[in-house]
Write a protein that binds this ligand. Structure first.
Ligand code: AMP
Length: 178
């Protein structure tokens, strides 16, 4: 673990039993409020993207914490930004993808015309846990005609093996908990 990763971890707050019993929530608001840490975390995500050595067309951010650094990434990579949203939020025609949660299912949407055919897309979210959300987002981007070139996360809970359902995709994360 690098010193910087340690400093990031020191500024991520663990909130037990949020949003439901048994979940240890990684709260990044305590990191985001520090100007230098905000900048350094964003720079690390940009670095991961640049390692691809590809011209990125679109960064797709997953609602809602994926919007924060997703927009930053898009701006820095000179790419467009596309929101992947929960049901009932996007105003025009959408593609939908449902995925399993611990109890029940959830659905994500993307505008049908959001992604030019063959566009190179990085999907960003704040945190990789079991990988279900990111896998659904990847399928959505593909339905919309894009090519997923990276799944990018600020935090990875590596002990949950979230990379498994994402096999075949390039996955990058800045802060890993093992
Ligand atoms: P998963 O589909 O299991 O990979 O869950 C990832 C999504 O749930 C991301 O959008 C995260 O923001 C959120 N999430 C899951 N577990 C946590 C956690 N322990 N702390 C914060 N957010 C989480």
């Amino acid at each position: 673990m690098t010193n910087l990763e340690e400093i990031f971890k020191d500024h991520i707050r663990d909130v037990p039993d949020f949003p439901k019993p048994g979940i240890l929530f990684k709260d990044i608001t305590t990191l985001l409020k520090h100007p230098q840490l905000l900048q350094m975390a964003g720079n690390d995500l940009v670095r991961l993207a640049l390692e691809l050595e590809l011209k990125i067309d679109i960064v797709a951010g997953i609602e809602s914490r994926g919007f924060m650094f997703g927009m930053f990434l898009a701006e820095r990579l000179q790419a467009g930004f596309v929101p992947i949203r929960k049901p009932g939020k996007l105003p025009a025609a959408t593609h939908a993808q449902s995925y399993a949660l611990e109890y029940g299912t959830d659905t994500l949407h993307i505008h049908q015309d959001a992604i030019p055919s063959g566009a190179k897309v990085i999907i960003h979210d704040d945190l990789l846990a079991t990988g279900g959300t990111a896998a659904a987002a990847a399928h959505l981007v593909e339905k919309a005609g894009g090519k997923v070139v990276q799944l990018s996360f600020l935090i990875e809970l590596a002990f949950l093996n979230g990379r498994q359902p994402l096999e075949g995709y390039s996955v990058g994360s800045v802060i890993k908990y093992s």
